[in-house]
Design a protein around this ligand. Structure first.
Ligand SMILES: [Zn+2]
Length: 261
């Protein structure tokens, strides 16, 4: 598999190249990469199933992560409809991430912290990346999952012209449902999966997007610095990589700025 990779190594001396390989290319073979992804997904699914919400809510969140919801973008992909435009904002294509999180018409649902801050400050490539990020930040996942379920349910009811909540009613309904679940269910022994793996693991980008990771090294004794970068596709395969030894000891911030540029 390594033969299929294009590698551009610029001025990489032995020590730097060794560091670079250790840092970035640990999961170099397809098998290792697939094993990493399976381990990552396993922790994510276990976290979803451990949420203290109704099973139908866990199921919806899991399907959104697997991109299995019949969003308009998915229906276009399956040639069932032709126009992927979101019915709420009538502006953006409706992916699962857009329908449940990004749509401007959902501002009122996600206006409370910490979700409002997260929504303004961070961009996610898909729903799975959003969920992983929220989990690793220890946000209230029961509140998040219940809101997501109400948003999707209300979206479907509107499409079918059925009676439904307004988006303004979703926040209060979410809180009522979360509180109701706590009262009506026997107190469970909550065993949250170890999230270390989720916090540490690299994830591939979505199809047609590449992801670049940069890192730095400082060799104090030699008064030198090193930068490295690797670009991978959505299958985790390395498209290009580079490492460079700099004849000066820069600060970590300076090197990171250089690597990113
Ligand atoms: Zn929209």
């Amino acid at each position: 598999m390594a033969d299929a990779k294009v590698e551009i190594l610029i001025n990489g001396d032995k020590a730097l190249r060794s560091w670079f390989v250790r840092r970035f290319l640990k999961a170099e073979t397809q098998t290792e990469w697939e094993e990493d992804q399976m381990a990552y997904d396993k922790v994510l699914w276990r976290t979803i199933w451990s949420l203290q919400v109704l099973n139908k809510i866990k199921n919806l969140v899991w399907r959104a992560c697997r991109n299995l919801l019949p969003s308009k973008e998915n229906l276009v992909r399956q040639t069932i409809i032709k126009d992927p435009t979101c019915d709420r904002c009538k502006h953006e294509p409706e992916s699962a991430l857009h329908a449940l999180w990004n749509c401007s018409e959902l501002d009122v649902v996600w206006e409370e912290e910490p979700f409002q801050h997260c929504r303004r400050q961070h961009t996610f490539v898909d729903f799975k990346e959003l969920l992983s990020w929220l989990i690793t930040k220890d946000h209230n996942m029961e509140l998040f999952a219940t809101s997501v379920w109400l948003i999707w349910t209300q979206r479907n009811q509107m499409r079918l012209s059925q009676p439904c909540l307004s988006v303004h009613q979703i926040p209060s309904s979410t809180k009522e449902r979360v509180a109701e679940f706590v009262v009506t269910q026997p107190a469970p022994a909550i065993i949250r999966p170890d999230l270390t793996l989720l916090r540490a693991m690299w994830r591939p980008p979505i199809p047609d997007v590449v992801k670049m990771n940069c890192n730095r090294a400082i060799f104090k004794e030699q008064k030198k610095s090193g930068i490295g970068a690797v670009i991978r596709d959505s299958n985790g395969l390395v498209m290009a990589s580079m490492s460079k030894l700099l004849p000066q000891q820069y600060t970590p911030m300076e090197i990171e700025a250089m690597a990113a540029s």
